[in-house]
Design a protein around this ligand. Structure first.
Ligand code: 3HC
Length: 421
């Protein structure tokens, strides 16, 4: 079978939502021609205005001139069908996070794209191997997972399916690099790496809120003090609570009780509180204000919470460890399953969600024994969401203090980025 050998030039993005249009913006800003496709004219129009907003912001920040912005905008074509895709070298699918929707798209694309074209999915968690099985080009199907805002966050998780060829991995890495991103190869598992670590943390923030251990603002502030650029509730509002629910439910189905979805998230989605996109989530969002400028708590959430909370509240003193340790524990689970190399974990968390310090640094600061003891304490209090990884127990028993002692490389080089780029 012939394979596309040259550089990727023409890219199609399926889906003109926040992710699709952010990816398209990233592509045109880096010299690619893009066809952005969605099912309705109003969807592609909205996506195009998002690209325009991003380009205008670049002009305001004097990164590009307004002439350049106009040229970049001309590099995006929009359409509501699969016509004119004969020259496309690479497709990035960023449609709804539903397996049926994505498999239909993959089947359709497989029929019309040239044989050498690669189809990548920006899925947050779904199986790349399953999507590939709906095509006759499993070797040229791959996961290319961007992070929101896609034109800003530097990480791209590159996820080969079972049959993805080395050549497809290299092409995808090269494309990520030409967008100024860092591609980290992640062995396929539900949620890949970053979402697998982010979701138990965001979910636990919801449980802490439900148990009335701390307020939305307090937990968000603690997260920022810990080294995250925004707290879990601000992040959920930005990501979209419907997306969070879909991903968390998927992870719960795949991994079980460790990911048991919190009821408040379900209730909020049922009540149409989807975050920024519906102008109301944990916070009320005024679209005329800059992102994050409005920090008014949505009274409807407090109403939903009071219906959920039991009269007798747990009186434990709250520590942010309760919310962040599930992220640490899941990082060890991912390492235990060889999803990534150890040194890649902190790099991915830094570029994917802006974590200014490594999540693994917890073991450096407090020692692995302390981390395990804390997780076991919460396990006894709250059950299976805190089941410690067996690998964590094994390394504690072996007397290792800091997880970074596990690799010679990480000790010698710190978090070597050279390996990743
Ligand atoms: N929604 C959308 N875009 C936003 C935003 C928001 N709430 N807040 C900021 N931005 C955009 C701004 O418009 C700006 O874009 P521009 O460069 O085109 O003008 C850009 O981000 C930078 O904004 P600021 O100058 O205000 O920069 P900040 O220093 O405040 O950083 C941030 C903003 C980059 C969003 C930072 O807070 C951050 O890194 N947050 C963490 C984001 C994160 O964790 N992303 C991963 C989510 S998980 C995911 O996407 C996976 C998916 O599968 C669920």
């Amino acid at each position: 079978m012939s394979y596309f050998e040259g550089d990727v030039k023409n890219v199609a993005v399926i889906g003109a939502g926040a992710m699709g249009s952010g990816i398209a913006a990233s592509l045109v800003l880096n010299g690619f021609k893009v066809i952005m496709i969605d099912i309705k004219p109003e969807f592609v129009d909205k996506g195009l205005s998002n690209i325009k907003r991003i380009l205008d912001s670049r002009v305001k920040k004097e990164v590009i001139t307004s002439d350049q912005a106009n040229e970049y905008l001309k590099s995006v074509k929009t359409q509501v069908d699969y016509d004119n895709l004969a020259e496309i070298d690479f497709v990035i699918e960023a449609a709804l996070e539903k397996i049926d929707v994505k498999t239909t798209i993959f089947c359709e694309l497989d029929k019309i794209l040239k044989k050498s074209a690669v189809i990548a999915s920006n899925t947050s968690a779904l199986s790349i191997s399953e999507l590939a099985s709906h095509t006759n080009r499993s070797d040229r199907v791959i996961g290319m997972h961007f992070f929101n805002p896609a034109h800003v966050m530097k990480l791209v998780e590159v996820i080969p399916g079972l049959k993805t060829s080395q050549k497809t991995i290299e092409t995808t890495q090269k494309l990520a690099k030409s967008l100024g991103k860092v591609g980290v190869v992640v062995n396929e598992c539900p949620g890949f790496l970053v979402n697998r670590l982010l979701f138990p943390y965001m979910n636990e923030a919801l449980y802490a809120l439900e148990l009335n251990l701390a307020s939305i603002v307090q937990i968000d502030e603690m997260a920022v003090q810990f080294g995250l650029p925004m707290g879990p509730f601000t992040l959920m509002d930005m990501t979209g609570l419907d997306v969070c629910l879909d991903v968390n439910d998927f992870l719960y189905n795949e991994y079980g009780e460790r990911f048991k979805t919190n009821k408040l998230l379900k209730l909020m989605v049922e009540n149409g509180l989807l975050g920024q996109k519906s102008k109301a989530g944990f916070f009320v969002h005024d679209p005329s204000l800059a992102y994050g400028a409005n920090k008014e708590i949505n009274p409807k959430v407090l109403e939903l919470l009071s219906g959920l909370r039991k009269t007798e509240q747990i009186k434990d003193e709250f520590s942010f460890n309760q919310v962040i340790l599930p992220m640490f524990n899941e990082a060890i689970y991912a390492y235990q399953e060889k999803v990534v190399e150890l040194a890649d974990i902190d790099v991915a968390m830094s570029y994917g969600c802006g974590l200014k310090r490594g999540i693994l640094s917890l073991s450096n600061e407090h020692g692995l024994k302390w981390c395990l003891a804390q997780i076991e304490k919460y396990h006894a209090l709250y059950g299976e969401r805190f089941r410690p990884s067996w690998f964590l127990k094994k390394i504690v028993r072996s007397g290792i203090y800091n997880i970074m002692e596990m690799t010679d490389n990480s000790q010698k080089d710190g978090l070597s980025l050279a390996k990743l780029t």
